[in-house]
Design a binder for this molecule. Structure first.
Ligand SMILES: C[S@@+](CC[C@H](N)C(=O)[O-])C[C@H]1O[C@@H](n2cnc3c(N)ncnc32)[C@H](O)[C@@H]1O
Length: 259
């Protein structure tokens, strides 16, 4: 707990994104990924394999953009840095672990950006959603959305639920759906190859394998049929609860296009 607090204090991030809770989420993600290293290993390997498959057969390898780069746990950063002239990591927070992993790679840069388009709305500076992707995505040859999609609505929806209203938004489900759909719509408009890796739903299971609860993490938005999929044991028994575990179903596309 004290280690997490110290980590939170020293993590470089703009005050606005810190106020919105992104630094706290990043610190919790780092702690959980350490605790669940063994349970997460197959998921991280499968996600990296999808990104490597996405790198194959590209006509040009100038710029790769990684959206939701986070800890770089599920991103083969060395392969990307070797293959592309430049690699741009985009996230609300760039944790120390990711900075360390990309150290010495002069062609890897970081961009701090809110990819949900809700920052202004949440801070009361705007009434409407903003464009979700940085302009440089239009110049990229490969854009990777790395286990980001399901994460985008979490903090904005929690804030709407707490406030009751944000601009003209009052319906949390519709707000979550809009955020998820806006990411896919923006990806669909890019000329780049899109590599999409995302968890789609969460099941809570007991020790006999009975499903206690199932949650659609994408608010009913369907990115289409996926060529790859696997289970990610997000919280093994003993992590969130002694008697249940949380399993996420992941879908992955080395070359995603809307259905
Ligand atoms: C589950 S992690 C993705 C894992 C990451 N690819 C890795 O290897 O560690 C989700 C990432 O999405 C980022 N994220 C969530 N909401 C965001 C937002 N609105 N804008 C930018 N990044 C966001 C988080 O900071 C986090 O790093």
């Amino acid at each position: 707990m004290l280690v997490d607090l110290a980590h939170w204090l020293v993590l470089p991030a703009p005050l606005s994104l810190r106020r919105l809770g992104y630094v706290g989420e990043s610190v919790r993600l780092a702690s959980r990924s350490r605790r669940c290293r063994a349970a997460w290993a197959p998921h991280l390997a499968a996600a990296k394999g999808t990104v490597r498959a996405a790198m194959e057969g590209l006509d040009r390898r100038d710029t790769a953009v990684v959206l939701g780069s986070g800890l770089l746990d599920d991103v083969p950063i060395d392969d990307l840095a070797r293959a592309f002239r430049r690699v741009v990591l985009v996230d609300a927070v760039h944790p120390w672990r990711a900075r360390w992993r990309a150290r010495g790679r002069a062609n890897v840069t970081r961009l701090t950006h809110d990819l949900s388009g809700t920052e202004g709305l949440l801070l009361g500076r705007r009434d409407a959603l903003e464009p979700v992707l940085p302009a440089l995505c239009r110049e990229a040859d490969l854009v990777v959305s790395a286990n980001l999609l399901s994460q985008l609505p979490i903090l904005p929806v929690a804030r709407l639920e707490a406030a009751g209203r944000l601009g003209s938004w009052t319906d949390a489900e519709a707000f979550g759906r809009r955020i998820v759909a806006a990411h896919l719509d923006a990806l669909a408009e890019l000329p780049a190859r899109i590599c999409l890796v995302t968890d789609r739903d969460e099941t809570e299971e007991d020790r006999d394998g009975r499903v206690i609860e199932r949650l659609d993490l994408l608010y009913g938005v369907d990115p289409g049929p996926a060529p790859r999929g696997w289970d990610w044991v997000l919280a093994p028994f003993g992590e969130a609860s002694r008697e249940t575990r949380l399993v996420h179903r992941v879908a992955a596309w080395p070359d995603w296009r809307p259905a």
